[in-house]
Design a protein. Sequence first.
Length: 274
Amino acid sequence: MQRLDGKVVFITGVARGQGRSHAIRMAEEGASIIGLDICDQIPSVFYPMATREDLAETERLVKAVGGQIVTSVGDVRNREDIGRILDLGTEQFGRLDIVIANAGIMPVIGPGEQSQAWHDAIDVMLTGVWNVLDIATPRLVAQGEGGSIIITSSAAGLTSMGLNTFAGQAGYSASKHGVVGLMRLFSKQLAKESIRVNTIHPTGVNTPMVANAEYGEFVNSHPEVANDEAYKNPMPVELIEAVDVSNAMVFLASDEARYITGVTLPVDAGYNNR
């Protein structure tokens, strides 16, 4: 028996990177996937964001491992987009069991005067998470069978990552800390419903959000970042793989973690243990 047989998972930011990896791993474990991604560029984000072609590739890869998936282009900043894909997915699959609030951006290297980057980071990664939880939670409660909510935070959600104080970096750090507060609030309120709520805190992950030419150029031109021992993982790995985070997601989503709630789980190669 697979660990997520018969479960239905809603994943935001599903078109590529961590979101795609989570969809594939959970499909491998027997889950059906409901996926949402903006598939568009946010101007303050310095690297190319996911496309509709990326979303189609996620669908192909999920089906290739035997999974079922329904997706929609939509923005976590837009509550109607979230409700629409949840309606579509639950109509097709009949239920909802697991919610992964994963959509994220990293507008961290723009010039300090780009104040819009602060608002974009907060709107996507804090307000967007609130939107997902606020819309999906009543569905889990009404179903009456418990569930698991997992929020993608960051190592930067438990400590300071000292790149700069640009608006986007500040918004990124604030939002990744902020979702911990949401997690603790929702985990307390939903415990009586057997709905578990946790955050995951990865170090740098080998995805297009980090592994891109623009970010590489920034690091090369700011050696104080690249050479800062406080910025490096204690374990001998520069970037972990998306599947390393996905494996932790599968665990928290499964019945193996049925009494784990209110936890900030680092998947960070020791970053927060220095």
